[in-house]
Design a protein around this ligand. Structure first.
Ligand code: ATP
Ligand code: MG
Length: 251
C-alpha cells in the first residue's frame, strides 16, 4: 500500500477539554476513507490537525514521505498539496467561479494565466460546472453549484489528498445528490479523499473504510458494510440507527 497520509497518535486539548485522545490511521493512494461520529466527537479538529491549521499537542502527521509535524517543514508549502473542502464553501464572493478556481494556480502555484485558465476549466468541467456558469459570482450560484466550484478549486491544485468536512450538510436536501455524485466520481477516479460525512449511502458505495469517532477516539473502523450493518460497539450501533431514521435510505 502506497500510504499518502499517515496520522500517528494525535492528541489535542482545548484548556482542560481533551478533544483528540490518540488518533492513528493511514490513507493509501487512491483510497476514499470516511469519518463519521456524533457532534463534538472531534472530527473537524482532527481534519484541521492533519494540515496543521490546528497544531496537535502530541503525535505526528506525514504527507507522503514528509513529516508535516516536523519543526523544519515549510508548512505553507506542504499545505498546497492538501485540498480542503468546507461545509460553508469558503469561496471568494468578489470572484467569479472561474477566478475562484484560478486564483490558487496563479497566486500560489505562480502558473501563467493561460495555463491556470486551462486547468481551472478542466476542473470545473470535471465537477459538471458548465461554461455558462464560469463567469457567475458565488451569490448567483446554488449551494450545490458553489460546493462543486469549491471541489474544483481543490482539485485544480492537483492535491495529494482532498479533506472534506461535512461538504453536504449546509445544502438543501435536493442539492445534496449532485455534490455526492461528483464526490463519488472522484472516488471512482481514485482521487484520494478523507471525508467527514454522515451520508451513509456515499460511504457504502465508494468508501474503502469507515472510521467511527466518539469522544476523541476512533472507537470502530472497518469496511463500510460491516461498520454500518454489523457494528461492534453500542455507540456505533446507536449512531447508525439514528442516522438511518433521520436520512432514510438516501443513496
Ligand atoms: N478552537 C476551539 N476552542 C475550544 N474548544 C474547541 C475549539 N474547537 C473545537 N473545540 C471543542 O472540541 C470539541 C470537538 O469539536 P469538533 O468541532 O472537532 O467536533 P465535530 O466532531 O467536528 O462536531 P460537529 O459534528 O458538530 O461538526 C467540541 O467540544 C468543541 O467545543
Ligand atoms: Mg465538525
Amino acid at each position: 500500500m502506497d500510504v499518502v497520509l499517515r496520522a500517528e497518535d494525535i492528541h489535542k486539548s482545548y484548556g482542560k477539554t481533551k478533544v483528540l485522545k490518540g488518533i492513528s490511521f493511514e490513507v493509501g493512494r487512491g483510497e476514499t476513507k470516511v469519518i463519521c461520529g456524533p457532534s463534538g466527537a472531534g472530527k473537524s479538529t482532527l481534519l484541521r490537525c492533519l494540515n496543521l491549521l490546528t497544531r496537535p499537542d502530541k503525535g505526528r502527521v506525514w504527507l507522503e514521505d514528509v513529516e508535516l509535524t516536523s519543526p523544519s517543514v515549510n508548512i505553507n508549502k506542504m499545505r498546497q498539496r492538501i485540498g480542503f473542502v468546507f461545509q460553508e464553501f469558503n469561496l471568494f464572493n468578489h470572484l467569479t467561479a472561474l477566478d475562484n478556481v484560478m486564483i490558487g494556480l496563479t497566486k500560489v502555484k505562480k502558473l501563467p494565466k493561460d495555463e491556470a485558465r486551462r486547468i481551472a476549466k478542466e476542473a470545473l468541467l470535471t465537477v459538471h460546472i458548465t461554461e455558462d456558469l464560469w463567469n457567475k459570482y458565488p451569490a448567483q450560484l446554488s449551494g450545490g453549484q458553489k460546493q462543486r466550484v469549491a471541489i474544483a478549486r481543490a482539485l485544480a491544485m492537483d492535491p495529494v489528498i482532498i479533506l472534506y468536512d461535512e461538504p453536504t450538510s449546509a445544502l438543501d436536501p435536493h442539492l445534496i445528490g449532485e455534490v455526492l455524485e461528483v464526490m463519488k466520481e472522484l472516488a471512482r477516479r481514485k482521487v484520494t479523499g478523507l471525508v467527514v460525512t454522515h451520508e451513509i449511502g456515499f460511504a457504502l458505495s465508494v468508501a474503502d473504510e469507515i472510521m467511527f469517532m466518539y469522544n476523541g477516539k476512533i472507537v470502530e473502523r472497518g469496511p463500510p458494510k460491516e461498520v454500518v450493518f454489523n457494528p461492534k460497539h453500542e455507540v456505533t450501533a446507536r449512531f447508525f440507527k439514528r442516522i438511518s431514521e433521520l436520512y432514510g435510505g438516501r443513496k
